[in-house]
Ligand binder design. Structure first.
Ligand code: PHE
Length: 343
């Protein structure tokens, strides 16, 4: 009979002396002394074995035990909650850290940054212009007056009834802004988003990105343009890349050309990307038309220059062999996380 009392007293001691130091040990304490299968339950059960005259005394002891366990648990819990626990939990400094999933750059940003890097090595500086443009900067100053047929080539999103404001259809508008506001030498590249009212498909979108280049100085020649484009193509697509110029037309350049690069995918043996021609088109270029220089109050007898414009999506699609333009704008993580280059 005495053993039953002894047992209860030793459990009371155990409650008083136990000192859980973390959540796990707290839970063990709770299960042991307060849970549905706690040792106290067994001790209460033992009451039945006691003679009537000692039941009261035992009952009081058990109440003390229960209260002790509850108070201890509440105190410890309050200490943990406020961070004021006296418990000395030693963190495991050897535990590995949590995984922090790193994002990746968008493929268009990777390619844009690479283009900027390549041109900045030969002295081109990045500048930007507004995406909402007026007629002067997007068309008229670029030698494309109101009734010019070339306006139909670019399906414009006009913003006002009078068609004076629009979403820019190309980054060439930034050329005008720079030529108006600064004196040559000008050596710029203008990366940015442009808009055209086109039906969205694997090959066309209503918004895409261009990088425009502009170099204005004394005595800039077509040879400078070709050399600059060759340098770019070889840096971007590999040292063996060749370039080809085909005569073309833009209102703001004269002469104008479309630039092709030798197909780096099949090495000109013929493949689906180059449509078995061995060449792929990457952009337009030409010598800045004297009329454009005049529109910007630059003397065409003193200055000359070249300009070029390339589609960033197009270059990215070639470089990574992506066959659907829409992927760039859908933000599908499975697509995006394949591009890990930090360039
Ligand atoms: N702006 C032209 C386009 O969007 C590209 C271009 C830029 C052509 C500069 C010549 C010179 O198609």
């Amino acid at each position: 009979m005495q053993e039953i009392f002894d047992k209860a007293n030793s459990v009371l001691e155990e409650i008083k002396s136990s000192a859980p130091v973390n959540a796990e040990e707290m839970e063990q304490f709770r299960i042991k002394f307060l849970g549905t299968k706690s040792v106290l339950k067994d001790l209460f059960g033992a009451m039945a074995q006691l003679p009537v005259e000692r039941k009261k005394e035992y009952g009081q002891l058990m109440n003390t035990l229960k209260a002790a366990a509850e108070t201890k648990f509440e105190e410890l819990k309050a200490g943990f909650d406020t961070g004021k626990s006296s418990a000395k939990e030693i963190p495991d400094l050897t535990a590995p850290g949590y995984d922090i999933p790193l994002g990746t750059r968008h493929p268009l940003s990777i390619v844009k940054n690479k283009i900027i890097d390549i041109f900045s090595r030969i002295g081109f500086v990045v500048a930007e212009g507004p995406e909402i443009e007026d007629d002067w900067h997007n068309f008229t100053a670029l030698n494309t007056p109101q009734d010019h047929p070339a306006r139909d080539m670019q399906d414009t999103f006009f913003l006002t009834e009078d068609k004076n404001y629009m979403l820019r259809t190309h980054t060439s508008s930034v050329q005008i802004r720079k030529m108006e506001s600064e004196k040559p030498p000008l050596r710029y590249i203008f990366p940015g988003r442009v808009y055209r009212n086109e039906t969205i498909s694997a090959r066309a979108h209503c918004t895409f990105h261009q990088v425009e280049g502009l170099y204005i100085d004394d005595n800039v020649s077509f040879a400078d343009l070709k050399q600059t484009m060759l340098y770019f193509a070889q840096e971007m697509f590999g040292r063996n890349t060749e370039i080809r110029f085909r005569p073309s037309f833009f209102p703001f350049t004269e002469p104008s050309a479309e630039m092709d690069i030798s197909c780096f995918i099949c090495n000109q043996k013929g493949c689906a990307v180059c449509k078995h021609s061995g060449w792929v088109e990457i952009g337009g270029c030409g010598m800045v038309d004297p009329a454009v220089l005049e529109n910007c109050k630059l003397d065409p007898k003193k200055y000359s220059g070249f300009a070029f414009g390339m589609g960033i999506e197009r270059i990215t699609m070639l470089k990574y062999q992506i066959n659907d333009l829409r992927l760039f704008f859908e933000n599908d993580i499975r697509f995006l996380k394949q591009f890990t280059s930090a360039v």
